[in-house]
Design a protein around this ligand. Sequence first.
Ligand SMILES: Cc1cc2nc3c(=O)[nH]c(=O)nc-3n(C[C@H](O)[C@H](O)[C@H](O)COP(=O)(O)OP(=O)(O)OC[C@H]3O[C@@H](n4cnc5c(N)ncnc54)[C@H](O)[C@@H]3O)c2cc1C
Length: 423
Amino acid sequence: MESDTADIAIVGGGAAGLAAAIFAAEAAPSGSRIVVLDGAKTLGAKILVAGGGRCNVTHHEVFPSDFNGSQTIIRNVLSAFNAKATVRWFESMGVELKREPTGKLFPVANTARAVLGALLERCRALNVALLTSHRVTTITRPTDADHSFQITHSNGVLRSPRVIVSTGGKSLPRSGSDGLGWDILRRLGHTVTPTYAALVPLVLSPQMFHAELAGLSQDVELSVFANGKRIDHRVGSLLWTHFGISGPVVMDASRHWTVASETGVSPTLQCNLVPGESFQQVERWLVQSASNRPKASMVTHLSQRFAERTAATILRHAGIDPTTVASQLSRDARRALVHALTALPLPVVQHRGWNYAEVTAGGVPLNEIDFRTMQSRKVQGLYLAGEVLDCDGRIGGFNFQWAWATGFLAGRAAACVNQGNRM
Ligand SMILES: Cc1cc2nc3c(=O)[nH]c(=O)nc-3n(C[C@H](O)[C@H](O)[C@H](O)COP(=O)(O)OP(=O)(O)OC[C@H]3O[C@@H](n4cnc5c(N)ncnc54)[C@H](O)[C@@H]3O)c2cc1C
């Protein structure tokens, strides 16, 4: 069994943990021993799969409103290390980032390996010990006799006076993040809010037509309703899939559906396939189009605005034969069609599961940490960073920005404790 010591131990070597290790090593007195313990066999699984293998490192502009969680604390954290700081930091490690039209920033090399490679390389250059296959099971507080935390892991024990916990959430558990970090933190006196899958595709009832449109995407307006109230509304791209719906607008809306459905409310999802247009506007357009070309089929009319496959599917869904000529469409049928176009109920039966969720909503409440240092308000010498905290961002690089920013604050603060930063 190993018995080891460190000046700063980092539990979890994902995006937040690696950032924390680098900033700690840069700020710590020379000769400090900084150790990263990670349960996975290799580091950075999530970085490698992120952004379709290209890693959406951050976003051109990052605002607190891009996140769910305590806005004041998030604002303070983000202002300590903003998107520009991320760009400069990666540049300093030899990774240039480029901005895409959506505002997302990716490495110019177009591969997540460039991002992970730079982080690992920087850790090695700073002599950070990266210990993989070291799954931590418990952390016990320092005692009067011993000023170190005792970190028990799968290969033994590590003692360290400062510990940064960056064990992530529960999304993509095969990457090594399965929620155990929260049990460890609970035993240290922290609370953990209920957790929900977020940024997750949604499964629709097999009676729905989604499979017929699998692979097609379109801009829509998506609303989530709970208890008769609209709790979320956004516009963006929806992707029809063989199981249901995905795409940025669905991923962003999904946390509102999961939170509502798991708190006993039965949420509903409604989609306007003609974003920005009302029932009356779409009906007016259909009447006009039909009067211009009364002999054209309804699928021809709808194909002016939708892919032909979508047009035919929506018509069938509204009970209309796609070959029906416009002049023969009854008023009731037209109104059923407009209803299907502007207020289409999407019968969600479940989210696609933690294996497909990109992040976790919930975690350790932000008011249990000091946002200037990420130090725990419950246990001195304990710091928290990344997704383990109760903060989740929308799609677009925001979750990594949170990981870099909290890693920066925690790493730097943990390293500077002996230099006058003690609480
Ligand atoms: C498919 C996918 C795509 C994504 N794409 C993007 C994107 O393009 N842009 C973006 O901003 N965000 C993206 N995200 C979200 C982003 O990856 C996460 O928000 C971010 O990785 C969180 O970083 P973290 O370091 O807090 O946690 P994680 O990256 O989850 O790292 C936690 C680490 O802790 C380790 N660990 C956990 N428990 C223990 C333990 N008990 N002992 C030891 N080690 C432990 C794990 O092995 C893991 O290495 C994506 C997520 C997924 C799943």
